[in-house]
Design a protein around this ligand. Structure first.
Ligand code: CAA
Length: 389
């Protein structure tokens, strides 16, 4: 196959605020060990009143455009399950904030947390058709569950932007893919709800079933053997899920369960997700960012990806790391977006959680909170108005 297309650049952004699991545990009386060790989460990103999937996405895209320009980008695919409009693609205001050329096609994609992987595969198809073009893939989501539910501890928010091109600097994406779909209501959000509904236990078993199904198809399509991979990036609704998933895959394949080995191939993919929380479509790609930014030299090594979206659709595919990739990483900037977040107390978290934008179509100035590069400034006539901060 033609394995010369893949991820040329990757940049992520998150929110203004952060709530620690220690603060949540102190409020609700949960032993903090359940959060830290049980689900593998330390803190979660919380959007400010004037942040949403568009402002996070624009912040993730800006460094990519400033490094590479926008001349070769003719397509933007925006994956999200936190849509702000039933009709219009959230990529359009991002394109506008960044001043990108009008000769661009933009579309929004949805299939729960899996959407960005569909976007990546579609991008590869477009580049295969015309190798001179680049595609900007954006994954941006806010994970929000009702207060005082088991899902609450797995909230979070982030955006990942990836530039997909021929002869990429970071990761070449391979054929084949293993794909899997099952009609299951493990997690969903009806159009009239701001928070997701989930059957927690069912969602974990649906995820594990999808891992099996996607791997089975990958193997049947003639993919690599499990022992050829140096690391595995799983979708991480909470970081312990990646360990559960890998343990399940090893069992399914009849391989040895060696906990040290599992930690070796998973451990470096969790550094960002453990402090950001679930970012749905962005989550698996934050896993990749953590691995590339923090692991020893991975040149020429194969990475396995397992993308899961409730409902459910999953895909297993492989990528190989391009020699020289380390000089193209954004390690310091990624560290900065995490440490610059402002820690909030429980009362502020609750206030933000309960807030919703007015729906009366009148003029509304959104409180000025974020210190990020872009903000949701106002609503007017049912339109969201964004501006650089
Ligand atoms: N110290 C250490 N560990 C502790 C502990 C303590 N004091 N107390 C409990 N634990 C452990 C438990 O033993 C358990 O470990 P195992 O999973 O290894 O058994 C772990 O902490 C979690 O405990 P519970 O299973 O009792 O937790 P829960 O039922 O309250 O909530 C959850 C877990 C169901 C995942 C819940 O967080 C949830 O509903 N989350 C949202 C849904 C979700 O993330 N699903 C994941 C699959 S779906 C998906 O991936 C798509 C997506 O993004 C949503």
């Amino acid at each position: 196959g033609d394995f010369t297309i893949g991820i040329h650049d990757l940049s992520f952004a998150t929110t203004q605020f952060v709530l620690t699991h220690a603060t949540l545990a102190a409020y609700n009386g949960t032993p903090v060990g359940k959060y830290h060790a049980g689900i593998g989460q330390r803190s979660m990103s919380v959007p400010a009143a004037d942040e949403d999937v568009v402002t996070m996405a624009a912040a993730a895209v800006a460094p990519i455009v400033s490094r590479h320009g926008s001349d070769l980008i003719r397509t933007i695919v925006f994956a999200t399950e936190t849509s702000i409009d039933q009709a219009r693609a959230a990529g359009i205001p991002v394109h506008s904030l960044l001043g990108l050329p009008s000769a661009t096609r933009i579309v929004e994609l949805k299939q729960a947390c899996y959407g960005a992987t569909a976007a990546l595969q579609f991008a590869i198809g477009l580049v295969r058709r015309d190798r001179s073009q680049q595609v900007l893939v954006i994954a941006s989501d806010v994970s929000k569950y009702d207060l005082d539910t088991p899902g609450e501890a797995t909230q979070g928010a982030a955006a990942v932007a990836m530039l997909v091109s021929a002869d990429p600097a970071l990761v070449r994406i391979e054929d084949p893919s293993g794909v899997f779909t099952a009609d299951i209501m493990d997690f969903w959000r009806p159009n009239y709800r701001a928070t997701a509904l989930v059957d927690g236990k069912e969602s974990v078993s649906a995820y594990l079933q999808a891992v099996e199904g996607a791997w089975k198809d990958y193997a049947e399509q003639g993919g690599r053997r499990l022992d050829e991979f140096s690391a595995f990036c799983y979708h991480q609704p909470f970081t312990k899920m990646a360990y559960k998933a890998h343990r399940h895959l090893l069992q399914y394949c009849g391989s040895n369960i060696d906990e040290g080995e599992i930690t070796r191939v998973i451990g470096q993919t969790t550094a960002y997700n453990t402090v950001i929380g679930n970012s749905y479509t962005a989550s698996m790609y934050l896993g990749l960012a953590a691995l590339l930014d923090n692991a020893d030299d991975l040149s020429h090594q194969a990475i396995g990806f397992l993308s899961y979206g409730s409902g459910s659709v999953a895909e297993f595919f492989a990528g190989t790391v391009v020699p020289g990739y380390r000089s193209h990483l954004r390690r310091a900037a990624h560290h900065e977006v995490i440490v610059r977040r402002q820690e909030i107390d429980y009362a502020k978290y609750r206030e933000l959680h309960e807030q919703s934008l007015p729906v009366d179509g009148g003029d509304y100035r959104v409180p000025r909170e974020t210190t990020g590069p872009y903000r949701l400034a106002a609503l007017s006539g049912h339109k969201r108005i964004y501006e650089p901060r």
